[in-house]
Ligand binder design. Sequence first.
Ligand code: ZN
Length: 207
Amino acid sequence: MMEHSLNHCLISRDHYTNPWSDIGCQAALKFAGQYLQRAVNDASDSEARDQMMYAATLAGIAFGNSGVHVPHGMAYSVAGLVRDYRAAGYPQDEPMVPYGMSVIVNAPSMFRFTASACPQRHSHGAHCLGAEVKGATDEDAAEILAGQLIKMMKATGIPNGIGGVGYGETDVEALTKGAWAQQRLLSNSPRTIVQFRTTCAICIAAG
Ligand SMILES: [Zn+2]
């Protein structure tokens, strides 16, 4: 849930946005940068968890007015084609990639892809999450945001890309097909998604 709300704010900050959504997204990203790690790693940290619940609410209001895009489309196949992945802390009787995890594992790769469409918004998103952006150029935006996300994912025990939830090269075709069906989300991307690109992003996430 927490990684998911973080992704919602980033994605809503990305492109099809508006000043109203920006307010909620920026506030939510700042809360996530400050409290996500504490909230995930210590269930008794009620201050951090309260703040993340508030961040999730802000993010929900924000993305409800602007939409989300590609990582959500890709999440359909990441969650839907699961074979044997079981996440710690979840019921173990059936394999499952929790929804928020299925969205965030694609996010660093996808933001590397979308950054060139609106680099300053990507940099600002990273800045809100706590990344150092002083002196950064537009060309740095992709790595700054991807790097900040990967740092936060590592700090909260999120698997390393879709390879970390059990997928490999032989799954790319099926994963792509599943994502490609979600045109409602792909068409919201700040860069045009063609099937080749979707495949590439999945490959990069797996690597
Ligand atoms: Zn979502």
